[in-house]
Write a protein that binds this ligand. Structure first.
Ligand code: KPL
Length: 301
């Protein structure tokens, strides 16, 4: 096995959970010679078959100094609270999820030298049994969210570039989070409602709704002081649909497997902010209601 460069070995990465994106990161980091541990509710080994290779991930060894937390928006606060006793005093934490509203709740939980980062990604991954597929070749944007993160910039950047690159780093994550929110506000509920792959949304019948949803997201972003160009964001959403055409979105998968979705942090967040600003967002409201109904269905679709 190749030597791990000293900058990489300074941080020993732990991935929380065994979701598709987390395992994609774990496989790619392993291929780049990083030692990886998993942080799971049940500390058992996890096997993955990826690009013709077999991977075996073992439970992380504490204390943890670098943790990638690609868990759902509604689970991230509890995940971090559970990790806190096992972190080094200068640990670096990278959160990555769809939707908004968690950062301000996490920052006060950390010690002064513990770094917090947000990574937003357009990579698509799908897990089928032990098989892991990289269904959408995307890119990621990484932002340090506190001073302790800024001090570790290059080491974390390099690891995340190997995990879910290409990565660009920004000091201001807000515009990127809104762009990703627009992507998720269109693709996730529509694929869940129509039970289809991301690529199906390229059909002509979805285009007027896609444009209307993005327009509403841009209106709310603008009320929050983030200026987005609707035509550019609409193009970006169409690009992600093309790039992840084979993928089934996380929300489509959640509905199929009767799991809780991130709808409240995505379209729900838009509706909530719209009410706050006295703006109407009927298209987002409609998708929110439809997904909540699907989520609450007892059996089947
Ligand atoms: O973020 C995603 C998701 O499924 O949650 C996209 C980018 C839409 C890929 O499917």
């Amino acid at each position: 096995m190749a030597q791990i460069p000293s900058s990489q070995s300074a941080l020993s990465w732990t991935i929380v959970g065994k979701g598709a994106i987390g395992l994609l990161a774990a496989c790619r980091l392993t291929l780049a010679n990083y030692p990886i541990g998993l942080w799971l509710r049940q500390p058992l080994a996890v096997y993955s078959q990826f690009k013709g290779q077999q991977f075996r991930f073992t439970p992380a060894v504490t204390p943890l100094n670098a943790v990638l937390i690609p868990v759902k928006s509604y689970a991230v606060i509890d995940a971090i609270k559970g990790l806190l006793p096992f972190l080094t005093s200068n640990a670096q934490l990278v959160i990555s999820h769809n939707g908004m509203g968690t950062i301000s709740q996490i920052l006060p939980l950390l010690q002064p030298d513990q770094g917090l980062w947000f990574l937003t990604t357009t990579h698509g991954a799908l897990k089928q049994g032990v098989n892991l597929f990289h269904t959408g070749n995307g890119q990621s944007v990484l932002a340090p969210l506190n001073t302790a993160a800024k001090q570790q910039s290059s080491v974390v950047h390099r690891a995340m570039d190997d995990a879910l690159g290409p990565v660009i780093t920004t000091e201001n994550i807000e515009p990127f989070l809104w762009q990703k929110l627009a992507v998720n506000a269109v693709i996730n509920p529509l694929t869940a409602i129509h039970n289809c792959s991301n690529g199906a949304l390229a059909e002509a019948r979805f285009q007027p709704l896609l444009d209307a949803l993005v327009l509403e997201v841009c209106q709310i972003a603008s009320a929050e002081g983030v200026v987005l160009e609707p035509t550019q964001i609409q193009q970006n959403v169409r690009q992600v649909i093309r790039n992840t055409a084979e993928n089934y979105s996380s929300m489509q998968q959640d509905i199929v497997h009767q799991r809780r979705t991130e709808i409240n942090a995505i379209n729900g967040f838009i509706v909530q902010q719209a009410r706050h600003y006295g703006i109407t967002v009927p298209h987002n409201e409609n998708l929110l209601q439809q997904v909540l109904e699907l989520e609450n269905r007892p059996y089947g679709r």
